[in-house]
Design a protein around this ligand. Structure first.
Ligand SMILES: Cc1cc2nc3c(=O)[nH]c(=O)nc-3n(C[C@H](O)[C@H](O)[C@H](O)COP(=O)(O)OP(=O)(O)OC[C@H]3O[C@@H](n4cnc5c(N)ncnc54)[C@H](O)[C@@H]3O)c2cc1C
Length: 449
């Protein structure tokens, strides 16, 4: 199947679909091959019959105002709202708010720089002398890097974090938005124009082998038990880093001939982070009626109370970070564990994750498990860490990762092109990073046609 002049795009996530949209808009013939029975990849929205609220199993937030993602949202008139920046902490049964959380965090993160040789975030923290305030700031920063970057602090590199902070500053990344009717609207806004311009999308087609030589591609796929062959002159590889890292006999893709040594080394040295998200749908917003004592005397937090609960952090819980859908008032709570806490939950079934989630809320709010179970209508989670077509949540850059990321993104022989969130400098691990990488490869391909 296919056409000698076509471009084969492997993976129909945000990166693959944005490449498909850009390439078809410029008149290229495009074939997209996707292993799952759906497009979207790590954007995966569910809808329950009994609830108007879309449930995100993958990406939920639009981080900042990246022009290429904003353009899609605006052109398709997708409704979105601000996400509250209100963070609460419960420590030793007492509630405090986030006033000094960001200050502590940014003061510490501002000490990182690109001038010194790269080192792990943990080594960087260890190099700062301790006093009582710094010890707390280090704990906050560690939890942030584990939670947001889904990373192991002993591996993630300072240079990658500095780049991520710089990139975030350029797009007002401290503000986040939520797509009211589901993130998959972004997927559709990429898919539809690509299809209108002639892109052919094959779902349920798992690429097992990719044979390549200059301007000749053959993808050998397994599709519903049958072997299929697709031919093209170029291929865009948007496989998640975790899939690129997997050996062919363990579910990875066999490149024939093998990828050059430096590309293989770059792939194996980058890291796929772990994250677990669970959405709990309740009968009511039970937290709004709770009375939790405030941490500092005179700080009457219960005045605004938990009616304005945005994010809540309780580091000791198995699922330590929770948030509501504020400003939308819905009886929904989303739990998040990133980095090592998520690794511990990998491979466990949904019932187990639900039980850890209920237990975490019990610890946070002091509400009995029995009561929480009575209030709980449904829960949804997806094990991205064990998902064979993701093999992790999103990538992060270990020490010296910037150079390896550059090597990963480099095209080979004007024939194999590499996109996907892992290749996106500064915006690694995000939807807008994936979309930006799709634009980049489309430009690389079109420049030589
Ligand atoms: C739980 C979670 C929460 C997240 N939250 C956010 C967030 O709030 N905001 C944000 O910006 N980002 C978030 N992200 C990250 C974001 O979802 C990803 O960075 C982005 O969607 C990745 O897009 P991609 O196209 O690079 O990869 P994918 O979306 O993974 O696309 C790659 C595609 O390749 C397919 N594939 C894999 N193997 C094969 C094969 N052998 N043959 C054919 N096809 C194959 C996959 O099925 C997939 O569809 C989150 C991710 C997770 C997991």
């Amino acid at each position: 199947m296919g056409n000698e002049n076509a471009v084969l795009i492997i993976g129909a996530g945000a990166a693959g679909l944005s490449a498909a949209r850009e390439l078809t808009a410029a008149g290229a013939q495009v074939i997209v091959i996707e292993a799952r029975d759906r497009v979207g990849g790590r954007i995966h929205t569910l809808r329950e019959d009994f609830s108007a609220i879309p449930i995100e199993l993958g990406a939920e937030f639009v981080h900042g105002k990246h022009p290429q993602l904003l353009e899609i949202i605006e052109a398709s008139r997708i409704l979105f709202c601000d996400v509250t920046e209100r963070h609460w902490y419960i420590e030793k049964g007492l509630l405090s708010n986030s006033h000094d959380f960001w200050n502590k965090l940014t003061a510490l993160m501002d000490l990182m720089n690109l001038e010194e040789p790269d080192r792990s975030f943990q080594d960087f923290l260890d190099s700062i002398p301790d006093d009582e305030a710094i010890v707390r700031a280090k704990a906050v920063a560690t939890r942030y890097v584990q939670g947001f970057h889904a990373a192991d602090v002993n591996r993630i590199g300072v240079h990658g974090l500095v780049k991520a902070n710089e990139a975030e500053d350029e797009i007002q990344g401290d503000k986040s938005f939520r797509i009211l009717r589901g993130y998959d609207l972004v997927t559709s806004s990429l898919l539809e124009p690509a299809k209108t311009n002639g892109a052919i999308v094959h779902c349920n087609a798992i690429v097992k082998e990719l044979h390549w030589r200059k301007h000749q591609i053959e993808a050998v796929c397994l599709s519903r038990g049958q072997t299929q062959h697709f031919h093209a002159s170029r291929a865009v590889v948007t496989l998640p880093l975790g899939v690129l890292q997997a050996r062919p006999d363990q579910g990875g893709v066999r490149f024939v001939p093998k990828l050059p040594e430096n590309k293989q080394q770059a792939i194996s040295s980058l890291a796929m982070g772990h994250a677990t998200r669970i959405t709990l749908l309740f009968r009511e917003r039970f937290w709004e009626g709770l009375d939790i004592p405030a941490a500092q005397a005179g700080q009457d937090l219960t005045d605004v109370g938990l009616t304005e609960l945005g994010f809540i952090h309780y580091p000791d819980a198995d699922i330590p970070t929770w948030w509501t859908l504020l400003p939308v008032r819905a009886p929904v709570m989303i739990g998040w564990a990133g980095g090592p806490k998520s690794t511990k939950l990998s491979g466990r079934d949904a019932k187990y994750i639900e039980a850890r989630a209920v237990n975490s809320l019990k610890q946070i709010f002091g509400v009995s498990e029995k009561k929480l179970r009575q209030l709980l209508l449904a829960s949804h989670t997806h094990d991205w860490n064990s998902d064979p077509f993701a093999r992790g949540a999103y990538a992060y850059l270990p020490v010296d990762g910037l150079l390896n990321q550059q090597i990963l993104a480099e095209p080979l022989e004007d024939t194999l092109f590499f996109a996907g969130e892992a290749t996106s400098v500064g915006h690694v691990g995000t939807v807008h990073g994936a979309i930006e990488s799709g634009h980049r490869v489309a430009k690389e391909i079109l420049a030589n046609r």
